[in-house]
Design a protein around this ligand. Structure first.
Ligand SMILES: Cc1cc2nc3c(=O)[nH]c(=O)nc-3n(C[C@H](O)[C@H](O)[C@H](O)COP(=O)(O)O)c2cc1C
Length: 165
């Protein structure tokens, strides 16, 4: 027998464990853990992330309209949860974690080199559905990077090989 739920903490399993990085107009990098994300179109490739307005990253993404989605591995679990519990409002998380990064090729946001997959994105629209606590940012994929060892011979990402969180 099914029971109707009154509270739902997570409606879809698995939820992706991603790191979204951004850079403000003064050149300060920041990153946060993001579970609210999806690929929403293949051609052109478009992605969506949900960011809560109270997060330090929110005004940065809202203003610059750029971000990078980085896919961390199990090896980065500690850093991932650090980025998901500490705020760039209180500290420089890049410095605290000694994150190795490079400027994006198409966007002015940092690529986290320790993550095997990095997706450079430009925001084209956003909305806050109903009384959601997340603003949804819809973005085009401007450039995609993947560590060579995780690419199939056809040039796709071989997700089975990546030890995602
Ligand atoms: C597993 C996990 C998933 C998260 N998913 C999201 C998310 O989808 N959107 C969001 O705005 N915050 C999300 N957070 C919370 C932020 O990552 C967290 O509040 C972070 O400290 C915000 O950093 P900032 O203030 O430097 O932007 C998540 C945290 C964790 C641990």
């Amino acid at each position: 027998m099914k029971k109707e739920m009154t509270k739902i903490a997570s409606a879809l399993i698995p939820m992706p464990n991603l790191i979204v990085s951004c850079c403000d107009k003064e050149g300060r990098n920041n990153a946060l853990a993001v579970g609210s994300a999806a690929m929403i179109s293949g051609s052109p490739c478009m992605l969506m992330i949900g960011i809560m307005p109270e997060k330090f990253s929110y005004p940065i993404i809202k203003e610059t309209k750029e971000f990078v989605i980085n896919v961390p591995t199990e090896e980065m679990r500690k850093q991932y949860f650090y980025l998901g519990t500490k705020s760039g409002r209180d500290e420089d998380k890049f410095e605290a974690l000694n994150l190795v990064w490079e400027k994006g090729k198409k966007v002015n946001a940092p690529i986290l080199m320790g993550c095997p997959v990095n997706l450079e994105c430009k925001v084209v629209a956003s909305m806050t559905p109903g009384d959601s606590d997340h603003e949804l940012f819809f973005a085009t994929l401007e450039a995609a990077h993947c560590d060579e060892e995780y690419l199939t011979k056809y040039g796709n990402i071989d997700w089975k090989k990546i030890d995602t969180i």
